[in-house]
Design a binder for this molecule. Structure first.
Ligand code: FAD
Length: 390
């Protein structure tokens, strides 16, 4: 058939419920109809397809695990993972939009927000009426966000925010920004900013060779007056942003495997059709080695993701376990995309196939939400009990 079929070498579909399969098929069909036909063009032009914001809201891809009362999907982590897998099968940028909105904007408002903040923001973010972004990284503080300089001081019924954030997904189109900043005592808090606040601007980052269909920008705060009621009341310290990252990283673990599956699928089909030296190139041992390793690595990653999802459902997954899954997904996608690109020969560098786009996208995914190195160090610290960061 022409339609993408995810490789399922160990019949893992048997571990999924009817609901999981329904969710996966719905998002798969959406990607097939609305994303795959347009995404290459948007990526080539480095444009963000703004229409996806409402579409992803309609599909329930924003905050799928947030309770229905607040506009979320009330689904479990396997459904959430499958959604991210299917979206990233389309494009990592589309999945990024959903990850940021659901895990980095809706989750902190749901988990740490006041009831009025929840009521005001969550339904509009869930439906895609509003787009949000998450500001943690700064020009001089990426892997080490504890060193952040963005700060606010008390000014009666509001605070005055100064500083800047860099590399912020969705920033140029976002109506809402969850921004992490230090108070006068150096304690980190989350603040909800809205577009239009005086002194708040979101300049676009140009010239990316990766995640070209996702908009990236800066957040600049020049004496922004933020009402005190916009501060998230129920968290302080780095555990606020880090707990959001754990949710998003879980989705990335599944998403990257979606990108890998798409590349494997393209390479497998091509290897059976492309004839050189009078036989399909898939008949050559060197190409079979690549395909066999791809499907093996994808299968191992599927198992890791499925198990971590079950632990998430039981509230038992540690941040370190999620780190391992995120890092593994990136590693698998990185290698599978590159090998697939080679199997496609010259065609592999064109936009006729999704492979080069996925390959370049993964260069961002392997860096954001904790670099590949940082996740390795998290696992290292977890197993040795020794901190190698500093
Ligand atoms: P650095 O921290 O400067 O790292 C540079 C290199 O040094 C890396 O290889 C790193 O692994 C290594 N390194 C750093 N510390 C150590 C150490 N202790 N030991 C060994 N090696 C080390 N951020 C947000 O807040 N919100 C977003 O929406 C967002 N979206 C993004 C979208 C894109 C397309 C990109 C590229 C980034 C995005 N980011 C976002 C930022 C991203 O999270 C950071 O780029 C990432 O955390 C790394 O920070 P850095 O780029 O400053 O690199």
């Amino acid at each position: 058939t022409d339609q993408f079929q995810s490789p399922d070498y160990l019949n893992l579909d048997e571990l999924l419920s009817e609901e999981h399969l329904m969710v996966r098929n719905a998002v798969r069909n959406y990607v097939k109809k609305e994303i795959s036909p347009i995404i290459e063009d948007y990526a080539q032009k480095a444009e963000f397809p703004t229409q996806i914001v409402k579409q992803l809201g309609d599909m329930g891809c924003f905050g799928p695990t947030i309770p229905v009362d607040y506009g979320g999907g009330g689904l479990d982590y396997i459904s959430y993972g499958l959604m991210m897998q299917e979206l990233e099968r389309g494009d990592s940028g589309v999945r990024s939009t959903a990850s940021v909105q659901g895990s980095l904007v809706m989750f902190p408002i749901y988990e740490f927000g006041s009831e009025s903040q929840r009521r005001k923001y969550l339904p509009k973010l869930a439906s895609g009426e509003w787009l949000g972004c998450f500001g943690l990284t700064e020009p001089d503080h990426g892997s080490n966000p504890a060193g952040m300089l963005t700060n606010f001081r008390d000014a009666g019924d509001h605070v005055i925010l100064n500083g800047s954030k860099m590399w912020i997904s969705n920033a140029p189109f976002a109506q809402v920004a969850v921004v992490w900043a230090k108070d006068e005592q150096g304690e980190i808090y989350g603040l909800i900013l809205e577009r239009g606040m005086e002194g708040f601007s979101t300049p676009t980052t140009h010239g990316k060779w990766s995640l070209r269909a996702s908009a990236t920008g800066e957040l600049v705060f020049d004496n922004v007056k933020v009402p005190k009621e916009n501060i998230l009341p129920n968290v302080k310290g780095l555990k606020g942003p880090l707990s959001c990252l754990t949710k998003a990283r879980f989705g990335i673990a599944w998403g990257t495997v979606g990108a890998a599956m798409d590349c494997y699928d393209a390479a497998l089909r091509y290897s059976k059709e492309r004839v050189q030296f009078d036989r399909p190139i898939g008949g050559f041992q060197l190409q079979q080695k690549k395909l066999a390793e791809m499907v093996t690595e994808i299968t191992k990653a599927q198992l890791i993701n499925w198990r971590v999802a079950v632990l998430m459902n039981d509230g038992k997954a540690s941040a370190s376990q999620v780190s391992m899954a995120k890092r593994n997904g990136c590693e698998v996608a990185h290698n599978v995309c590159r090998d697939a690109r080679q199997i496609l020969g010259g065609m592999g560098i064109t936009g006729e196939f999704p492979v080069m786009r996925h390959m370049m996208n993964i260069e961002s995914v392997i860096t954001y939400e904790g670099t590949h190195d940082i996740h390795l160090l998290i696992t290292g610290m977890d197993v040795t009990g020794l901190n190698a960061f500093k």
